[in-house]
Design a protein around this ligand. Structure first.
Ligand code: KG4
Ligand code: ZN
Length: 356
């Protein structure tokens, strides 16, 4: 019997230091053998947001221990690993460089191939790891840095339908949570507050509602919430909950309306079965999940969303994406460069391994 391939994944692009071992074959599902995530939330909390310098230093301090822990939990040594997969961008460049340097060192020391991955592709392919979803699928990618609608036609084959023209979805949740005094990280705090509020007390704008295309905008919504908060003379917990609920309802309406329109286009272009996938940190939001599921149902799409722990940043998604590339026989050169920006629909051949 041949050994099922195993990949070590490393993720350091934002404020989670993560390593994981995943085993399996595309299209999945795969087997998460270990999945360690060390959050830096406590270090960033006093500043109300992620501080790049602090993030990079924290990755340097613990990444080797996290990798050792992921191997120990998997009861494996580097000898048992078939490739080293690592996030090479997009993200905070200092953190990305820390992960990529360690991965290169491990690749050199062991002679195993290096796979330098796009973090967004990790999010995008997670539903193959968890559910073995076949290509093509429609993808709503909503995270702290991105808000995009894409068609995933294959590994490294994405067509972008639309993106945000101002804030990313998670950024809008984070900024709104901050102005409402809900603390950091904002997305989950805002969702909690919204669950006690009345979403109909305020009627906030739905930016770009009915506009052509598939782009998103959130900055007008955020400003409307700020104005309403400033006009309220007593921001009691109940008042904050109503503002949070009003914001969340509007943000979800924007996301679901655009996704619904994209489902229509997808259904015209591709034969059934039709799949809708949500990924990235904001996809952990329960109210968004419920609304997306009913929109998908109305259009005959089957919806797939990873569990909340696999929506937010982790290294299992990177290890799985590594397995997808291993199966295609595609690995990277040791001079792969860290990239602060890296659109998912750019050809990977043009960027990975290229000198910055
Ligand atoms: O994918 P992710 O962990 O990191 C990036 O690649 O950006 O996404 C983090 C983002 C943050 O903006 C966070 O506030 C948001 O996802 N988020 C949520 C929820 N959980 C995380 N937003 C809304 N509701 C949630 N439950
Ligand atoms: Zn992410």
């Amino acid at each position: 019997m041949t050994k099922v391939p195993a990949v070590l994944g490393i993720e350091t692009s934002c404020d989670e230091t993560a390593a994981a071992v995943v085993r399996g074959y595309p299209p999945g599902p795969g087997d998460i053998v270990s999945n360690i995530v060390a959050s830096q939330i406590a270090q960033h909390r006093p500043y109300g947001g992620v501080v790049p310098e602090i993030a990079a230093r924290a990755h340097v301090e613990i990444l080797d221990v996290i990798v050792e822990r992921a191997l120990a939990e998997a009861q494996m040594s580097l000898r048992d690993i078939d490739a080293i997969a690592v996030t090479a961008g997009p993200g905070l460049i200092g953190g990305v460089a820390v992960g990529l340097s360690l991965a290169k060192g491990l690749a050199v020391a062991t002679g195993k191939p290096l796979i330098a991955l796009n973090h967004l592709e990790g999010h995008a392919l997670t539903v193959r790891l968890t559910h073995g979803v076949a290509f093509p699928f429609l993808l709503l990618l909503v995270s702290g840095g991105h808000c995009q609608l894409l068609i995933a036609e294959g590994v490294d084959r994405f067509i972008r339908l639309g993106t945000t023209i101002d804030d990313a979805a998670g950024e809008a949740f984070d900024k709104t949570a901050k102005l409402l005094g809900l603390g950091f990280p904002g997305g989950p705090a805002l969702e909690r507050a919204a669950s006690h509020g009345n979403p109909r007390r305020h009627r906030f704008p739905r930016p770009l509602a009915g506009a052509d295309g598939f782009d998103f905008s959130f900055s007008g919504l955020k400003t409307a919430v700020r104005r309403a908060a400033e006009m309220s003379d007593d921001l009691t917990p109940a008042a904050v909950a109503d503002l949070a609920a009003g914001f969340q309802a509007a943000a979800i309406d924007v996301l679901v309306a655009r996704t619904s329109k994209a489902m229509q286009l997808f259904a015209e272009r591709y034969a059934a079965p039709h799949y809708l996938v949500a990924a990235g940190g904001v996809a952990a939001n329960k109210a968004l999940n419920i609304s997306l599921a009913s929109a998908a149902n109305a259009r005959g799409f089957e919806i797939f969303v990873p569990s909340p722990q696999l929506c937010t940043d982790n290294a299992a998604m990177i290890a799985w994406a590594g397995l997808e590339y291993v199966a295609l026989g595609r690995t990277d050169r040791l001079d792969a460069a860290p990239r602060a920006r890296w659109p998912l629909d750019a050809s990977r051949r043009d960027v990975a391994g290229a000198k910055a």
